[in-house]
Design a binder for this molecule. Structure first.
Ligand code: IMP
Ligand code: MG
Length: 176
């Protein structure tokens, strides 16, 4: 059966996501008040979350994009973090917030934080919409988390399956 015809189970509605993103934005507004905030969005998965989140952070901020890959087109991480497109910014003036859609094995976020952390930022933290703590391959706890979710492969709101479904406005899983 093709994936389009599989049954879908909604995990997070558009309303639930919007409400939580507003809450995260308010929290981050308090945390980064008076700081020099640079948001680094990990493409492609976090582009929609980042776009919504930064509009809820009521502070001046700068935004950069970095492309990483640890998945290829499969559902399982290959275990290697590849920086496909790096940023070209001196981080020493900035409080850096790395934003991703989801932390799963944590190979991506732990790796990015380690690499960028060596570039002398004033501070560096992470914010992810979703966290699957049961799936870790490396120990890492994101600083700001939207939702903890169970071990299901999910799509929508920026998250893809085979480069599709990123434009769906809610988050769902395919049911076998
Ligand atoms: P990690 O390196 O294993 O933590 O995975 C991080 C990346 O894998 C995320 O940025 C996502 O793009 C992708 N990913 C992990 N779990 C899922 C999922 O359930 N659906 C879609 N993409 C996922
Ligand atoms: Mg990603």
């Amino acid at each position: 059966m093709s994936i389009e015809n599989k049954r879908r189970e909604v995990l997070l509605s558009k309303e639930e996501i919007d409400h939580r993103v507003r809450g995260l934005g308010q929290q981050l507004t308090r945390v980064y008040e008076g700081k020099n905030l640079l948001v680094i969005s990990l493409l492609k998965g976090s582009f929609i979350f980042t776009a919504d989140l930064i509009r809820q952070i009521k502070l001046p901020l700068r935004i950069e994009f970095m492309t990483t890959s640890s998945y290829g087109h499969s559902e399982e991480s290959t275990g290697r973090l590849e920086i496909v497109q790096d940023i070209n910014v001196d981080l020493s003036a900035y409080d850096v917030l790395v934003v991703d859609d989801i932390t799963d094995s944590a190979i991506t976020m732990a790796g990015v934080i380690e690499i960028l952390g060596k570039r002398n930022p004033k501070s560096i933290r992470s914010c992810v919409l979703l966290d699957k703590p049961s799936r870790r391959k490396v120990p890492y706890i994101p600083d700001y988390v939207g939702f903890e979710i169970p071990d299901k492969f999910i799509v929508g709101y920026g998250l893809n399956y085979g480069d599709y479904f990123r434009n769906i406005d809610h988050i769902f899983a395919f049911v076998d």
